[in-house]
Write a protein that binds this ligand. Structure first.
Ligand code: LLP
Length: 426
């Protein structure tokens, strides 16, 4: 059985390995729930983009919302990446890793004035602006600070990415981007406002896209728009095609990043735009299949209608199943000869929606460990403290080396910063 994440996450005999380490041993050493990542898998995923872009002016801006742990950012920074951020908090994280702000693009529909001021102060490479109102506020903030904000407009190309409605962002009816038909007017507005300097155009049509078609459609619409905008005297230096490339959770077969980017570049060159700086903002495709969530089986609870495998990880550790009904593969960290049973794999949180997988065939006993695969993206970053549960520890594996990259959150940390009412409150 080939697992998503192979060859870096695979069985050797009956044991699940992440690179050269037994996952069950990592769980024993660091406790559970535990996120474990393969550094080689991250770098291999990045290399697929880099191969296609080699030899041209480009920047891959890792969308750090997918996994913003410092050691993950550091890994990509050392490999030459820039970063796509969506909040002031993400900006501080990326700066904490020593990344120069000149490699950071700032996306998001709701940037605050304070976030804009900080981003201008440190000198981010570009603001990906999503509305006319934001252009005006950014112009005011930049002028007041005596700075120039480099801007790109996120254009909504109105193409259907064919993905889950919560993660489809390029259609007319959603909150993201500037409508295609309003783009020229917004570029003209931007070019006329003080404190702004137009440098590029961007789009992002959705996430977990498994087909090149929607990208090519979006690209065609963008190239046409660039030609119109430049014909009006506004030069567009870079073209940022966003993120969105999907990964294999079950049987999806997305194109490789190299194949996708190669076909996009062919179209860009054919239409005479090959001289532009090309940017991407991949998140999931760089980290998704590089991580697993390891959890201990607490109880096996057979029932009349359903059998439950109750594990120590829950929806607060991994929201994707509860939130998007996402299917993520769950496997035993050590295979047994026992007959398999069909389980709902659930956590300890007091909600019926607290499940990690339904109808899974597993041979497990209490005390065994299971791993939820493809949990490198939108997993730890979406974790919460619901039920006053501390967030999991994280380790990074490289060959036979392993580093603890985040301590398990302790209960006292969960109410740090909270205050009891004073005695005289009555
Ligand atoms: N750029 C922008 C402007 C974005 O909004 C996103 C993701 C990305 C890049 C990176 O997209 P990726 O390459 O990761 O698909 N929590 C959801 C996914 C939300 C994606 C939001 N935007 C999930 O767990 O499936």
């Amino acid at each position: 059985m080939t697992l998503p994440g192979a060859p870096h996450i695979a069985y050797r005999g009956d044991d699940l390995f992440i690179e050269d380490r037994r996952v069950a041993e990592l769980a024993r050493a660091h406790g559970t729930p535990l996120y474990a990542y393969s550094r080689a898998a991250m770098l291999a995923a990045l290399a697929s983009y880099q191969r296609a872009l080699a030899g041209r002016d480009h920047l891959i801006c890792y969308a750090m919302k997918a996994n913003s742990s410092l050691a993950v950012l550091q890994t990509f920074a050392q490999a030459g990446c820039g970063f796509d951020i969506v909040s002031g908090g993400e900006l501080e994280r990326v700066l904490a890793c020593g990344v120069p702000a000149s490699k950071v693009v700032f996306s998001g529909v709701g940037k605050t004035r304070a976030e804009m001021r900080r981003a201008l102060e440190v000198g981010v490479m570009c603001f990906n602006v999503e509305s006319e109102a934001e252009l005006e506020v950014l112009s005011q903030v930049a002028s007041a600070a005596g700075r120039i904000a480099r801007v790109s407009l996120r254009v909504n190309p109105d193409v259907d990415a064919g993905t889950h409605p919560y993660i489809s962002t390029g259609l007319k009816g959603n909150k993201f981007g500037i409508a295609h038909q309003d783009a020229l007017a917004n570029y003209q507005r931007a070019a006329g406002l003080p404190g702004l300097h137009v440098v590029g155009i961007d789009c992002h049509i959705g996430s977990q896209i498994t087909d090149a078609g929607p990208y090519l459609d979006a690209l065609d619409r963008l190239l046409e728009l660039i030609e119109t905008i430049e014909a009006h005297g506004i030069p567009i230096h870079h073209l940022d095609l966003g993120g969105g490339l999907g990964i294999t959770y079950t049987d999806e077969a997305p194109p490789s990043a190299e194949a996708l980017v190669t076909s996009l570049l062919a179209r860009i060159d054919a239409r005479g735009h090959g001289h532009r700086r090309i940017m991407f903002e991949p998140g999931r495709s760089l980290v998704g299949n590089a991580g697993v969530l390891v959890s201990e089986v607490l109880y096996v609870k057979p029932g009349e209608q359903r059998n439950f495998c109750i594990v120590d990880a829950a929806m607060n550790d991994l929201m994707r199943p509860a939130m998007y009904q996402a299917w993520m593969r769950i496997v035993a960290c050590r295979r047994r000869d026992d007959p398999t049973m069909i389980f709902d794999v659930v956590g300890p949180v007091c909600e019926s929606g607290d499940w990690l997988g339904k109808d899974r065939a597993l041979a497990v006993r209490a005390g065994d460990c299971v791993a939820v695969l493809s949990a490198g993206a939108y997993s730890m970053t979406m974790a919460s403290n619901y039920n006053t549960r501390g967030r999991a520890a994280e380790v990074m594996v490289s060959g036979d080396r392993v580093w603890l990259i985040r301590d398990r959150e302790q209960p006292s940390e969960l109410f740090r910063g909270e205050h009891l009412l004073p005695a005289n409150a009555g």
